[in-house]
Design a protein around this ligand. Structure first.
Ligand code: GDP
Ligand code: MG
Length: 490
C-alpha cells in the first residue's frame, strides 16, 4: 500500500537533484533554454498511438470506466487529448469530465510539460486539448489520446507536422501503447514511418507496448493467426529486429461483434482477453517514469559532465601553454640580458664602464624583454593558441566509444560557443565544482534509482509493507494510523 508513495518519494528526490544540480549548469551554458525538469516534472504519461479506428478511444473509455472520448468507425477525432486526474472532486462522485481546456492554455501553463510543443504552431494548438476526469484510473498517471494515423492525409492537410508532434510526445511519455486492428495490421505507411523514425531503438524494448486490438472481429482462429503473423512481420520491419515483441491480444467486451456469419465465441473462448493485463501494465507507468527519469538524469548528467570535462581540458591545456610561454619568455629575456651584458663587456666604447653599470644594462635589457613579452607577445601567442584549439576542438576530449561520440556530437557546438564567448577566460574552480554536482545527479540516476528499481522488482508481496515503511522512514505508529507522505504528483 506504500508502494506508490515510495515511488513518488524516489521521484521527488531525483527531480530535486535535476533541478538543483543539472538545471543551473544547463541553463548557464545554453544547454537548455528552459529548466531541464520542465518536461519531466509532471505526472507519468501514457501515449496511445495507432491507426484511426484501431480502438484507442474505446480502450481509454474502458480504462476510465466512462465515455470520455468520442468513438466511431470513421476518423472521428482529429485532436490530441491529454486526459488527467481531477483531485478536487470528492471521491465517490460519479465519474465525469470535470474540466476542459484548450491547447493555448495547455501549451502556456508552466504546470504542464508541453511548452516545447509550442513550436508546432497554431494549427497544432487548435488540435490539442486537456480533459480532467475524476476516474481513479488516472490517480497516478495521465493518458494522451491521439488522432489516428492515416495513409490518405498529408502534412499539408493536417497543417502541422504529425510525425514530429508524435516524436516529441513519445519523448515526454513514459509508456507508449501502439494499437493495431485486424483490418490494418500494421500496414499503414504513416504508422511505419512514425514509429521507426520517432521512437529511439532502445525505447522499443523498454517503453512500448504493442496491442493487437479488436480481435473479436477476426472471422476465425485461422484468420487471427494470419493477422498476427502479418503484424509480427510488419513489426520486424519497423523495429529492424528479428525477435518478436510481446503483443497484447485484446478486444473491448462491450463491442464484441464477431464477423458476419461467425458466432463470436467459437474462437474467443480459446483466447484470454488480455485487456486486464494491459490495464495493469499501464498502471505500472509510474515505475516506467522512474526508469525514464533515471535515464534522463543519466543522459543529461553524462552530457553536461562531458561538456565541463572539455572546458577543464581546455583550461589545463591553456595553463600548460602559459607555463611554456612563461618559460620561453623568461629564457629569451635572460638571453637578451646576457647578450647586452657581454656586449657591454666587449664592445670598445662601453668596455670602460663600471661593472655594476654593465650588470644594470643587462638586467634592464632583460626587464624590457620580459615587459614586451608580458604585455604584447604573450597575448598574441595565447590568441593563436586559443584559435588553434577552437579549430581542433575535438582534441579536447577522448572519444573512446560510440556513447562518447554521440554525447560529443550533442555538446560540441556548445563547447565551441562557450569558449568563443568567454575567450577562454573562466574560473576553473567553478567549473570543477559544477562538474562534481553534475556527477552527483548522474550517479543518483544511474546507481541509486536503478538499484531501488531492482529492489522493487525483486520484492515479494509479503515483504512489501515492511520494506516501504522502512524506506519511507515512517514510524510504526504512523504506519498503523495510515499516515502517508503527501502526494508528490500534484
Ligand atoms: N468489435 C469491436 N469494435 C471495437 C473495438 N474497439 C473499438 N471498436 C469500435 O471501433 C470503432 C473505432 O473505435 P475508436 O475507439 O473510435 O478508435 P480510434 O479512432 O482508434 O480512437 C468504434 O466504432 C468502436 O466502437 C473492439 O474491441 N471490438
Ligand atoms: Mg479516437
Amino acid at each position: 500500500m506504500y508502494r506508490d508513495n515510495y515511488i513518488k518519494a524516489l521521484r521527488s528526490e531525483l527531480l530535486e537533484m535535476v533541478a538543483g544540480h543539472l538545471t543551473p549548469v544547463a541553463t548557464k551554458y545554453g544547454y537548455s533554454d528552459v529548466p531541464l525538469e520542465t518536461t519531466i516534472k509532471w505526472r507519468p504519461q501514457v501515449l496511445l498511438l495507432g491507426n484511426y479506428s484501431s480502438g484507442k478511444s474505446t480502450l481509454i473509455n474502458d480504462f476510465l470506466g466512462v465515455k470520455v472520448q468520442k468513438t466511431g468507425q470513421a476518423p472521428t477525432d482529429d485532436s490530441f487529448t491529454v486526459i488527467t486526474y481531477d483531485p478536487s472532486v470528492p471521491e465517490g462522485e460519479s465519474i465525469q469530465v470535470t474540466e476542459e481546456r484548450d491547447g493555448k492554455f495547455l501549451l502556456n501553463d508552466p504546470e504542464y510539460p508541453f511548452e516545447t510543443l509550442k513550436k508546432h504552431g497554431q494549427r497544432f494548438a487548435s488540435h490539442f486539448k486537456l480533459k480532467k476526469v475524476n476516474s481513479p484510473f488516472l490517480k497516478n498517471l495521465a493518458i494522451i489520446d491521439t488522432p489516428g494515423m492515416l495513409d490518405s492525409i498529408t502534412e499539408r492537410d493536417r497543417g502541422y507536422n504529425y510525425q514530429e508532434v508524435i516524436g516529441d510526445l513519445a519523448q515526454i511519455a513514459d509508456l507508449v501503447l501502439v494499437l493495431f486492428d485486424p483490418h490494418k495490421a500494421g500496414t499503414v505507411r504513416e504508422a511505419h514511418t512514425s514509429l521507426r523514425d520517432t521512437l529511439p531503438a532502445r525505447t522499443f524494448e523498454d517503453r512500448v507496448l504493442f496491442v493487437l486490438n479488436r480481435i473479436d472481429e477476426c472471422a476465425s482462429m485461422i484468420d487471427l493467426l494470419r493477422v498476427y503473423g502479418t503484424l509480427c512481420w510488419n513489426l520486424s520491419q519497423i523495429t529492424g529486429r528479428k525477435d518478436i515483441p510481446m503483443i497484447h491480444l485484446t478486444y473491448s467486451p462491450q463491442n464484441v461483434s464477431g464477423a458476419e456469419g461467425h458466432p463470436v465465441l467459437t474462437y474467443l473462448e480459446h483466447l484470454e482477453n488480455q485487456r486486464e493485463e494491459l490495464k495493469n501494465a499501464v498502471l505500472q507507468a509510474p515505475c516506467y517514469r522512474l526508469d525514464n527519469l533515471a535515464s534522463f538524469a543519466e543522459t543529461h548528467g553524462e552530457r553536461l559532465a562531458h561538456f565541463l570535462e572539455a572546458l577543464i581540458s581546455y583550461r589545463k591545456r591553456a595553463r600548460k601553454f602559459r607555463m611554456k610561454s612563461l618559460a620561453i619568455g623568461t629564457g629569451i629575456s635572460l638571453i637578451a640580458g646576457g647578450a647586452v651584458f657581454i656586449l657591454a663587456l666587449l664592445a670598445p666604447p662601453l668596455a670602460g664602464l663600471d661593472l655594476m653599470l654593465k650588470i644594470g644594462c643587462g638586467a634592464g635589457a632583460a626587464l624590457i624583454f620580459i615587459g614586451l613579452w608580458g604585455f604584447g607577445l604573450r597575448r598574441f601567442f595565447f590568441k593563436r593558441f586559443h584559435k588553434k584549439t577552437l579549430q581542433n576542438i575535438d582534441h579536447l576530449t577522448e572519444l573512446k566509444n560510440q556513447t562518447r561520440r554521440d554525447s560529443w556530437e550533442g555538446i560540441r557546438n556548445m563547447v565551441l560557443t562557450q569558449l568563443k564567448n568567454s575567450g577562454g577566460k573562466f574560473s576553473l574552480r567553478e567549473v570543477r565544482n559544477e562538474y562534481s554536482l553534475v556527477w552527483k545527479a548522474y550517479e543518483k540516476g544511474s546507481k541509486e534509482i536503478r538499484e531501488a528499481l531492482r529492489e522493487l522488482a525483486d520484492l515479494s508481496p509479503d515483504e512489501e509493507d515492511e520494506f516501504f515503511k522502512v524506506r519511507l522512514g515512517l514510524t510504526a505508529q504512523a504506519a498503523e494510523t495510515g499516515q502517508r507522505p503527501p502526494n508528490a504528483w500534484d
